[in-house]
Ligand binder design. Sequence first.
Ligand SMILES: *Cc1c(COP(=O)(O)O)cnc(C)c1O
Length: 429
Amino acid sequence: MKTTRSSRLFTRAVGILPGGVDSPVRAFKSVGASPLFVKRAYGARLEDVDGNVFIDYVMSWGPLIHGHAPKGLVKALGDATKRGTSYGAPSPLEVEMGERVRELMPSLERVRFVSSGTEAAMSAVRVARAATGRDKIIKFEGCYHGHADGFLVQAGSGALTLGTPTSPGVTKAAAADTLIAKYNDLASVERVFKANRAKVAALCVEPIAGNMGLVPPADGFLQGLRDLCDRHGALLVFDEVISGFRAAPGGAQAVYGVTPDVTCLGKIIGGGLPVGAYGGKAEVMELVSPAGPVYQAGTLSGNPLAMTAGLWCLNQLKPKLYRTLADLGTRLAQGLATAAREAGIPLQVNAFGSLVTPFFTARRVRDYASATSADTDQYARFFRGMLARGIYLPPSQFEAWFLSAAHTRKDVDATITAARAVLRELGRE
Ligand SMILES: *Cc1c(COP(=O)(O)O)cnc(C)c1O
């Protein structure tokens, strides 16, 4: 594979952008390579500046459920641009978009649009604190809620009472209000609640975890969280930035029949443009400025291009799409599992609809500890082998692969064929 142009660009990039990228997940550091620079993308394909074409399973990390550059979206955006790119004043699109979101996810009685998932999660916590008059939040090991200070936290020595920063630059004070529990372990949540009586404003969870690789919730886990939040007077915040509109049109909350107080949205909601949103019970959301005293604002929030892309994207979410995606997901997951078995390589494949993660481990993956038992060196070798065969995977073991409406059975079968060859090589090493 020729990578002359990408290599040259990367050399320039590291001279101006920290690490050569604008978001760390795009670097190929953890898979021992350097990133490819993209010239264009269409359907399920990514073409780099050297002319290599790949079947893409990153799909911009989740937003592109309809594939790259779908015709209808491109046209809608072109038309919208001519009417102006940002008004700094309300537009009918925001009302339409808000109502559309509520139709799909009725628990969002009120919604505020922002420009990223990070903003959504950070603002959701602010309003939850205001609504409860409490300071602490609970999050789960291995869940990601964007890069706001209070979320870049891991369990400290006093795990039940105090978090510690995972990034320099996050103060101990910011981390101290974040408590850490174990995913799919209700007892761990109960312990944290009990050690912090009447102090917890919100429990934040990815109802289908996608940021330690894909880890679906165990039976009864989400309902258990709902019950614990009710018992302890905390708000239940679902971070559906990945699962929203992907698990089902109504998100994970529709699939599992558990209603959160506040929901965070991102990724698919913007159809590839920068959109996030948070919303929930009217009595909570009416605290947000200017309806209420909780300040939160954005120059480009709800701008007409973002709303146009989002509306187009949400309007194409038909039940048939989810059946097709689930079939593809199952086919891919089974193909990978079979290929690994044949090659004698331990592989746990987690799958949910259009989300798939193969973990290089013999353990069943249901939380952060089992996810991180995966052999990341082996994943790196797998990644490089797949890339050389025209398959673009997430450059990290701990990410979900994303399928889209643009992926075909043929694409999936080609991917399995490539995986069979790469896994066989790994099995021989
Ligand atoms: C991607 C992601 C975020 C952050 O969204 P950004 O738009 O990258 O800021 C938050 N929560 C979850 C679950 C995510 O997957």
